[in-house]
Design a protein around this ligand. Structure first.
Ligand SMILES: *Cc1c(COP(=O)(O)O)cnc(C)c1O
Length: 392
């Protein structure tokens, strides 16, 4: 069977150059980066180089980058780390209703501990109202945590403006840039961001490795105690092979940025245009222009996204749906619901997320296969039958 992978916002394959760069560090170069002897010194060099590569993608300094055990850990570290450090100053945090669960559930945990959280609503295109953000900042506000780009819709947030507002009010600003890194330019010399989270497996490095940019001087309590690694911000022997892999992935993301960006944009628009030209009753979810170059989230009215996903899977096409299977029932996505999309339209959503190795031909295959499946499911859908019956 043909296999077409269109779920790169869920995870990406490890790039062959990344794997190749990692291999020596499992056996030949196995040293502990903290050791003073030759075995340690040799690998330390490569850890430093990886740090420089991550810093370069973000236009930051290598001394402002630390390695973590993944995106979820980076988000937790930022939010809890700042909250614990600033407990005396205040206990109010501002976020949005459309964050990844790594942020939302961390905020809910802090809420149980007595912190106050403002979950800003979003409009129908997934963006917050900046006036409302300004209004919600108070003397006790210690942290604003707002994502760079949304993982479900690809909507890109006005990080520059949010950061300026945070800075003006003296509030620390963290952004989950896990979906944005490598897909949109990020220049931390320009952007007023204090903490920025990255994850390896969303940019062609392995799962279980991440990074955090922490602007020098940002007060943050460490969550993992032990050795003095990562400048006392995150203890534990360095995961050298994975750090080297993440460094390589960042180096490639910078080197191939324009090529990948143009390719993704061409694929994205071809897929979107193909769908709207061939299938009636579809709707794009997310911002029409302020959107990641690889993400197309569409509702196929009158059918369930989950059924469409399973039928596409039968044709070898991997996508993800707008619902999360929580305890056996299909809950519409919290992101789409926050955008005031009616539950039945949120239920009919499919996310296509493209990667640099996808081809125009794969997009065309998907656009060929979709109309038949959608029609078949609509023919079985009571909602659709009712609509047909009511049509003049
Ligand atoms: C994937 C993802 C995470 C979690 O990262 P992991 O490395 O899988 O733990 C957090 N935030 C966003 C926006 C993501 O897409």
């Amino acid at each position: 069977m043909r296999r077409v992978y269109l779920d790169h916002n869920a995870t990406t394959p490890v790039h062959s150059e990344v794997l190749e760069a990692m291999m020596p560090f499992f056996q030949d170069q196995f040293g502990n980066a903290s050791s003073i002897h030759w075995a340690g010194r040799e690998v330390k060099k490569y850890v430093d180089e990886a740090r420089e590569n991550v810093a370069a993608l973000l236009n930051a300094g290598p001394n402002e980058i630390i390695f973590t055990g993944g995106g979820t850990e980076s988000d937790n570290m930022a939010i809890k780390g700042v909250s614990f450090a600033a407990r005396e100053k205040g206990q109010h945090i501002i976020t949005t209703q459309v964050e990844h669960h790594a942020v939302l559930h961390t905020c809910q945990f802090l809420e149980k501990m007595g912190y106050e959280i403002t979950y800003l609503p979003v409009d129908s295109e997934g963006l917050i109202d900046l006036t409302e953000l300004r209004r919600s900042i108070k003397d006790q506000t210690i942290l604003i945590t707002i994502m760079f780009a949304n993982n479900e819709t690809g909507t890109i947030f006005p990080v520059q403006k949010i950061g300026e507002m945070a800075r003006e009010k003296g509030v620390i600003f963290h952004t989950d840039a896990i979906q944005a890194a490598g897909k949109v330019p990020i220049d931390l010399k320009q952007l007023p961001v204090d903490i920025l989270s990255l994850s390896g497996h969303k940019l062609y490095a392995p799962k279980g490795i991440g990074a955090q940019y922490i602007r020098s001087g940002t007060p943050m309590t460490s969550l993992i105690h032990g050795g003095a690694q990562e400048r006392n911000r995150r203890a534990g022997t360095e995961n050298v092979p994975y750090i080297v892999g993440l460094g390589k992935a960042n180096e490639i993301a910078r080197r191939d940025f324009q090529k990948r960006h143009d390719h993704l944009l061409a694929l994205r628009d071809r897929l979107h245009q193909g769908i709207i030209h061939r299938i009636p009753h579809v709707k794009l979810n997310g911002h029409p222009t302020e959107r990641l170059p690889n993400t197309v989230n569409m509702s196929f009215l009158y059918i369930e996204g989950e059924s469409l996903l399973l039928n596409l899977d039968l044709e070898g096409i991997a996508v993800s749906s707008g619902s999360a299977c929580t305890s056996g029932s299909l809950e519409p996505s919290h992101v789409l619901l926050a955008m005031a999309i009616p539950p039945e339209i949120a239920q009919s959503a499919i996310r296509f997320s493209l990667g640099w190795s996808n081809t125009l031909e794969e997009v065309d295959y998907t656009v060929e296969v979709l109309p038949g499946i959608v029609q078949r499911l609509r023919d079985m859908s009571p909602l659709y039958q009712k609509r047909v019956a009511m049509a003049p």
